[in-house]
Write a protein that binds this ligand. Structure first.
Ligand code: GRF
Length: 221
């Protein structure tokens, strides 16, 4: 596939269905989008997202984490070799279910994004929607952040909030959050690729206008 010169070559790392990956691929098709999805890399050969990426004409690769039992860095060095072979400048973690070592994180410092299905720093880790329901929060959502060594930690680029509705189930809430993930991740990747993200210590500043106003849920009568 022909891609315009100057777009930032980006690898998307997945472990499963790849709906965020698909949203990134779709967004990157738009004229003027500053990143190109140049590789989809999975740690599982059976990840459904791999077939989706191949259908979209994106180069794919698999580095089976299972074959590196107990040798996390060996697994990551194999991934890194694959990523470098594809001349990648940015990495987007899109449902990549492996905790990364400080070594790998260092290789991609300031150049690796993750999407997390909660409003960090609330609910890092797994089962975020069930935990949000159990905690009774009124707003839940998703976060795109730069990856640092801690799990689901690192400078936050963008967040989207959704209301938790009366009678919500985990699946209903997850679906509402996922819809926002698919909007937020392509936007954040574009900012990073276009050089609009600047770090001040642990805080990311983004050269785009802030939203103003406030959200409240339930609505005060
Ligand atoms: C998403 O909810 C993402 O936030 C989380 O894992 C899920 C992956 O879904 N990190 P998909 O593979 O992108 O559909």
């Amino acid at each position: 596939m022909n891609t315009p010169a100057g777009r930032v070559r980006t690898a998307v790392l997945i472990s499963g269905r790849g709906s965020n990956m698909a949203a990134l691929i779709e967004a990157a098709r738009a004229p003027g989008y500053p990143a190109e999805i140049a590789l989809v890399l999975s740690n599982r050969a059976d990840a459904a997202g791999l077939a989706r990426a191949a259908e979209a004409g994106i180069p794919t690769a698999t580095v089976e984490s299972r074959s590196f039992k107990g040798d996390r860095e060996g697994f990551e060095r194999a991934m890194q070799a694959e990523i470098i072979r594809h001349d990648i400048a940015l990495v987007a973690l899109a449902g990549f279910l492996r905790v990364l070592t400080p070594w790998f994180v260092r290789q991609w410092e300031g150049r690796m994004l993750n999407i997390h299905p909660a409003l960090l720093p609330a609910f890092p880790g797994l089962d975020t929607h069930a935990r949000a329901l159990a905690a009774g929060v009124r707003l839940h959502g998703c976060t795109v952040h730069l990856v640092s060594a801690g799990v689901d930690e690192g400078p936050i680029l963008a967040q989207a909030a959704v209301p938790v509705l009366a009678g919500d189930t985990e699946a209903a809430l997850a679906a509402r959050v996922l819809e926002q993930e698919h909007r937020l991740f392509p936007a954040a990747l574009a900012w990073l690729a276009a050089g609009r993200v600047r770090l001040e210590g642990d805080v990311a500043r983004i050269a785009v206008p802030d939203a103003s106003g406030a959200l409240a849920n339930p609505l005060p009568g």
